[in-house]
Design a binder for this molecule. Sequence first.
Ligand SMILES: Nc1ncnc2c1ncn2[C@@H]1O[C@H](COP(=O)(O)OP(=O)(O)OP(=O)(O)O)[C@@H](O)[C@H]1O
Length: 289
Amino acid sequence: MQETAQTSSPVPPPIDIAAHGEQDGSASNVAAENVEAAKVKMRASDVSIYYGEKKAIDNVSVDVFSEYVTAFIGPSGCGKSTFLRALNRMNDTIPSARYTGKIELDGEDIYASGMDVVQLRARVGMVFQKPNPFPKSIYDNIAYGPKIHGLAESKSELDAIVEKSLRRAGLWEEVKDRLSDSGTALSGGQQQRLCIARAIAVDPEVILMDEPCSALDPIATAKIEELIHELRGRYAIVIVTHSMQQAARVSQRTAFFHLGNLVEYGHTSDIFTNPKQQRTQDYITGRYG
Ligand SMILES: Nc1ncnc2c1ncn2[C@@H]1O[C@H](COP(=O)(O)OP(=O)(O)OP(=O)(O)O)[C@@H](O)[C@H]1O
């Protein structure tokens, strides 16, 4: 296990990350000891995930940091989505899915028996591959979450949340005059920004994005990437992407998965320019994937 954080500099960088080695499979997060604890938003420790007998994730440890975008990359079937979904317990809906290890949000075990999963999913929101607005008005798509979570006491408060969320998602100017139109009548890119606005509306701390641009054209993709860039100061963002260019453009940290293992995790620039593991090198140079 190597330690990559600089401990000798007089003012240590606020955030640094361990290179998670694949050698012994334990991939524990050594450099976590050297970062400001307050910045670690989510911590996964020795997480394995099974579908029935099949092990889809093998002993993975990762920290997710506030105000950073973390990209999960790797070839199809390597377990990126499975691991992402574990971060807000979306795998709970799959009867065969089973889990060992620990995942914490602000130090709290999200799989603890007393955890309110509805509340958890508000704190750790999710945006899916295919935009999935509710078959309701644009306004109601955003207002639904704040209503059920009791975040607005009056119509004017709700209106303000709807406007703020749509502004943050970069959609307000495009939809402000047609809030009562159906969300499903928007373009694909607009629908995806609507889904991001819907996640934002309940004031999350973490936003998980599972290939959010894969159904979008290049222009809509560029808008979402720009939006991710703008949002990252407020939330911890985790994005699964098949596009290495996208990971390089939007993220500060990258985790490379292969066959259920976390092969390497570190600064995005290091992963793409100076990977420590041969498997990472092979993947980023297109030898498989
Ligand atoms: N609901 C499920 N039931 C059984 N096996 C599953 C289920 N979902 C995923 N798997 C299996 O778990 C492994 C990891 O899948 P996962 O979708 O997490 O990978 P991925 O890296 O996100 O793939 P892709 O990039 O193709 O979306 C695969 O072998 C997949 O077939």
